[in-house]
Design a binder for this molecule. Structure first.
Ligand code: 0O2
Length: 267
């Protein structure tokens, strides 16, 4: 096939990778701007090189004119996450999108490959507008953790170096490091839970403080100045201690005081 032909064939794949890279990067920005944790850490995109396409087509006995229908990973997006749970969050985000349709999914995390490879693969059908009209093409989205990505990159380059015939000692090292990768991700998942817990803890504290401030504001209307000053001083003292239990207790006391004033007003 002539180089010009390749360029024409690869053009929509190029566009799809560019567009999807922008879209997924924008998701990260949206999370950050809203002060939220982003399940996506990094977005990478690539169009398979012509030599890799030819190599894969030969390996799979695909005729050159059938490449576009038969190869689903000419356009590839890689989404890197911090934690395993994030991967499944990202999978759900993709499932809910209206600008792509899921063609197939492979969960190599639950079903780790014999090589040790772990990753979640989704083939989506994605439409791009080119000067010759709308083209709908498959895009392979690989979703994996930092640890999974590290292992896969190393293994891939070793496979390349040894032309797929890994010496026994290299194979063993890759097995050991694959186990380490699983252990690292599991360990990190534990920390993930702790982070979520601590975020919830701060949310609870923020809500109690907001209730207290609302209560004090309401008491301004009914209580005398000296009592308000006493309540405020007590609040600052407890707040500085940082004990959420004490803040909650204090808030309940304020509720009782406010209730007392309400009852007085009714009599
Ligand atoms: P590249 O250079 O990364 O694009 P097949 O490729 O024949 O195994 P299939 O159906 O195309 O099968 O898809 P599969 O198994 O989902 O794998 C597609 C891609 O996943 C591969 O593309 C790799 O990127 C990655 N992958 C799958 N298995 C392994 C593995 O054992 N080790 C590593 N490092 N990566 C893997 P390509 O075209 O092989 O390579």
């Amino acid at each position: 096939m002539e180089l010009q032909m390749w360029k024409e064939i690869l053009n929509p794949y190029d566009l799809a990778v560019d567009e999807l890279t922008v879209k997924f990067n924008h998701m990260i920005k949206e999370y950050q701007r809203n002060g939220m944790y982003s399940p996506i850490e990094q977005v990478l995109g690539r169009v398979k090189s012509i030599s890799s396409i030819i190599e894969k087509a030969q390996k799979k006995n695909i005729e050159m004119d059938k490449i576009q229908e038969s190869l689903e990973d000419i356009a590839g997006i890689r989404l890197i996450c911090q934690f395993i749970d994030d991967i499944y969050t990202v999978v759900d985000l993709i499932r809910n999108r209206k600008d792509m349709t899921i063609k197939s999914e492979k969960d190599y995390i639950t079903h780790q490959k014999a090589s040790g490879y772990r990753s979640y693969h989704i083939i989506v059908l994605y439409s791009v507008e080119t000067i010759s009209g709308t083209k709908t093409i498959p895009v392979e989205i690989q979703i994996r953790t930092l640890a999974m990505n590290f292992w896969a990159i190393i293994e891939h380059s070793l496979q390349y170096k040894y032309l797929g015939n890994l010496p026994e000692h290299v194979r063993q090292s890759l097995n050991v490091s694959a186990n380490a990768m699983v252990a690292l991700d599991d360990e990190m998942s534990e920390i993930h839970d702790e982070i979520v817990d601590s975020q919830n803890f701060y949310l609870v504290k923020a809500n109690i403080v907001s209730d207290i401030l609302g209560n004090i504001q309401n008491l301004y209307k009914v209580a005398n100045k000296q009592e308000i000053i006493r309540i405020q001083d007590e609040f600052y003292e407890i707040y500085e201690e940082g004990d959420v239990g004490k803040l909650d207790q204090f808030n309940k006391q304020l509720d009782i005081i406010a209730e007392g004033y309400r009852a007085q007003a009714l009599n």
